[in-house]
Design a protein around this ligand. Structure first.
Ligand SMILES: [Fe+2]
Ligand SMILES: [Fe+2]
Length: 275
């Protein structure tokens, strides 16, 4: 497999690359590091508290359980992806940086696990999120993996955290989402910096393969963005228009990011849900 070969051979010219940008993200990540015990456990409510009938309360709790389950699932998968990036990245500075990302994703998972325990346990998994991760893990090249995970996915998750934080003021969930907004901002920034360096020495073939990788990921991403578990079906119909609008904004943002890396994004095909 191409990826394994790359990890073993010391890549030609790797030592001539300027990785100072990536190294800066390593230093930034070290400064931004926090601990799960820093969260105000036991001092404030884990999720928003409501008044109303037992049915209403149960429905609300299921809703937040479902939100937390999706984030737990996403961070669980992020541990695997970050570990793979750490393992195959040939550059010293990038490897250093990825040690922080592996720790971040595993700390995020730890926090979500604690939170889900306090809110009634795991709910339904999003099958499309598993498929998204499989796409990244099975991608052939490091360029594709960094592009799909850090450039694309980690950027798009940030508005989601902001949205959750806005509706969960004064809770552990809000606090965690605010921390993750910062962490994933660093993950995305580091990915942009590294991808730029990788693409400097990459040929047309590699850049074209990124367009193909995006085209195979986007239909799955669209299904993931529009997927609603049972616990959130009752707001699903109301949210459908918002979901479609956010999906469109996400993809436009993704295309702008690709272009800023010098990729010819004209070959990117929008998923049929937006056609
Ligand atoms: Fe994370
Ligand atoms: Fe992340």
């Amino acid at each position: 497999m191409e990826v394994e070969e790359r990890a073993e051979e010391a890549p030609e010219g790797a030592h001539q690359r300027d990785l100072s940008g990536v190294f800066r993200y390593y230093e930034l990540a070290k400064r931004a590091e926090w601990q799960v015990k820093d969260l105000p456990w036991g001092e404030i409510a884990p999720i928003p508290e409501y008044k109303g009938s037992p049915q209403k309360l149960a429905r609300r709790q299921d809703l937040w359980r479902s939100v937390i389950t999706q984030q737990l699932q996403a961070d669980e998968l992020a541990v695997e992806m970050a570990t793979q990036l750490f393992a195959i990245a040939p550059d010293h500075e990038a490897k250093l940086y990825y040690t922080t990302m592996v720790q971040d994703e595993s700390r995020h998972t730890e926090a979500w696990l604690k939170l889900i325990e306090q809110t009634g346990g795991m709910a339904e998994r999003d099958p499309y999120l598993d498929q998204l991760a499989a796409h990244v893990l099975q991608a052939d090249t490091l360029e594709e993996k960094v592009f799909l995970m850090q450039v694309f996915y980690e950027r798009l998750i940030i508005p989601r955290f902001r949205m959750i934080a806005r509706s969960t003021r004064g809770t552990i969930l809000e606090d965690l989402c605010n921390r993750l907004t910062i962490d994933d901002g660093i993950h995305h920034g580091a990915g942009m910096a590294y991808e730029r360096v990788l693409l400097e020495s990459a040929g047309k073939k590699v850049k074209a393969s990124l367009v193909d990788a995006a085209n195979s990921l986007l239909p799955v991403f669209a299904k993931h963005a529009l997927w609603r578990p049972k616990a959130r079906e009752f707001i699903g119909a109301l949210m459908r228009d918002t979901d479609i609008r956010m999906l469109r904004e996400d993809l436009e943002q993704g295309i702008r990011l690709a272009q800023s890396l010098g990729i010819d994004a004209s070959g990117i095909v929008l998923p049929r849900q937006l056609a």
